[in-house]
Design a binder for this molecule. Structure first.
Ligand SMILES: Cc1cc2nc3c(=O)[nH]c(=O)nc-3n(C[C@H](O)[C@H](O)[C@H](O)COP(=O)(O)O)c2cc1C
Length: 177
């Protein structure tokens, strides 16, 4: 992605697309944090600290290299949508469906971004499961960070990826075969 900033009204359109996602019981469970500028550096610091606790120096992890890599990650795009879900630990079905709605919202965001000529990628990694990264966004341990969606203007045209055929599909016409 190029480093050029994506205008606020464009970023708002992406959220507008995201929240059209299907959502059982209209819980609107999604939460978005849109990080630009130095907010990305701050996230990098939080990710580096989270990675530090998981380091195994006896296995040869080079602390400096690993932490620098974490710090640099959020700087790969001019805008990052952090997408989280407020969870309902007392209701496992609702919790699962909230996550599903959140994933659909991210897909909407990705489709809208690409339709608008932007580059966008959904990324996770260990940091989305880290309690301290969740805390950075005011989320509790039970809440879910669905990922980081990096958005920017494309610097390159990604290569065409060959999709597999339909996969495992059964066509049932009438009684179960
Ligand atoms: C839940 C989830 C997490 C992902 N995390 C990463 C990630 O951390 N890093 C990465 O390079 N791709 C990750 N991906 C894959 C990319 O989002 C993307 O699907 C992949 O680069 C292929 O691009 P395409 O879907 O446009 O073909 C993730 C996908 C999903 C659904």
């Amino acid at each position: 992605m190029r480093p050029d900033a994506v205008p606020r009204d464009v970023l708002e359109k992406l959220i507008d697309a995201a929240v059209q996602a299907p959502n059982h019981r209209l819980t609107r469970p999604w939460r978005f944090w849109v990080l630009t500028g130095e907010a990305r550096e701050e996230l990098g610091e939080v990710m580096a600290e989270a990675a530090r606790s998981g380091l195994d120096t006896s296995a040869g992890d080079d602390v400096g290299v690993v932490l620098d890599r974490e710090r640099a990650k959020p700087l790969r795009a001019p805008a990052i949508f952090v997408v989280g879900i407020d969870q309902e630990p007392s209701d496992p079905v609702l919790s699962m469906e909230n996550v599903e709605a959140g994933a659909a919202a991210i897909q909407n965001l990705l489709l809208a971004a690409h339709a608008m000529g932007l580059a966008a990628i959904w990324r996770t990694g260990a940091s989305v499961y880290s309690p301290s990264v969740k805390r950075h966004f005011g989320l509790g341990d039970e809440d879910v960070l669905l990922g980081f969606v990096y958005v920017g203007y494309p610097a390159v045209t990604p290569p065409e990826v060959e999709r597999t055929a339909m996969g495992k599909v059964e066509w049932w016409d009438g009684r179960r075969p």
